[in-house]
Design a binder for this molecule. Sequence first.
Ligand code: AMP
Length: 426
Amino acid sequence: MIQTVRGTRDILPGDMPLWHRVEDVAREAFRRYGFHEIRTPIFEKTELFARGVGEATDIVHKEMYTFVDRARADSEGESLTLRPENTASVVRAYIQHKIFADKSPGELTKLYYIGPMFRRERPQAGRYRQFYQIGVEVMGSSDDPAIEAEVIEMLDWFLKELKITNTTLLINSVGEPASRAAYLETLREAIRPKLDQLCADCHHRFETNALRVFDCKVESCQAIVKDLPVITDSLDEASRAHFEQFKAHLDARGIAYTINPRMVRGLDYYTRTAFEIIGHDGLGAQNTVVGGGRYDGLSETLGGPPTKGFGFAFGLDRMVMSLPDGEVEGLRAADAPDVFIVFLGEAARQHSFNLARDLRQAGVAVAIEFEDRKMKKAMAAAAKAKARYALIIGDNEVATGKYGLKNLQTGEQESLSLEEIISKLN
Ligand code: AMP
């Protein structure tokens, strides 16, 4: 028996209504806030992520699915990678298609994406090697912190619409690249005398990207990490002012937040504002639902024009897991057929095919099974399908053109014509 690859999974039909609900509400949020969809390829040149996400990040360093494409006779095979995230690809597309070219000064490019990402992480609940993200990118000449607050306001609406409450917005500023470099030195100096008390992973982090020690989950490391100097104490003046304005914009919108000066995100491109939204209900250790931030300069890194950028991605898998139980039941029920046709005898069976077609053309979701069965069995099948109504058709109904429409919840039954059924169900 061939099964799914470790860390990947099938999303089965029973769960799809939940995925669709999250996607639909996201698309509605994007429509209201003026975002347009973009789809980029699932694989790109490895160099895009190496340069965009950063060589020293865990993602590029050890989590990418990279392969050498088959060589042509006249050249070496090219190194390609399944995308571990979508921001680098969107910025690449922004540059490649000169999306900025027909914008008037100050006009923003607002894009969103939905799709699978691939990271070779250790699988556990809420963490997969193929997972799904929905994200947005705002690009242009402006780095106004009001843009950040508006994007977070959109997320706030989205979560409320999905009835996902009890989340926490964590914010931080990681400063400009120059002030971050100075802070990294301070941080390394503070870690050095305690290095022998840190885990092997933290030793590696110390060498490659000391900021990452803040992500360490090992208890003995956390005890040390909590006393290390934080980035917010070393911010450059412009980043500090930007952060203050960002907070004021959130306050003005009545959006609650917690400042977490130890929150550093796993991607190198972030500048200034970084944020996460943490979920609470049943997510376990993998409880970060949304992650995002500002990435001024990423375009330049990828060979594009000077561009400011801000965006986020949320994990669709984790968002679906965060839906409250009460919502989940209702969403599953809404996926059931409106009508289950129960026919008795060959003439009724033939008649049912046309009736099913007419109902479907009128917008009704119809279930029909093809086997002729006894009434009791057919009604059991209608109940199993969780249909709202059973439409009962025998010789008599074929002759009169009046059908038995039984409400499977209340047990009430009426005798109605096709037109009456259609107007009742719509
Ligand atoms: P990141 O791109 O690392 O900022 O992640 C953004 C969001 O994507 C996270 O908050 C998660 O919700 C989701 N995510 C990231 N990695 C995984 C994974 N391996 N499995 C499931 N969801 C993930």
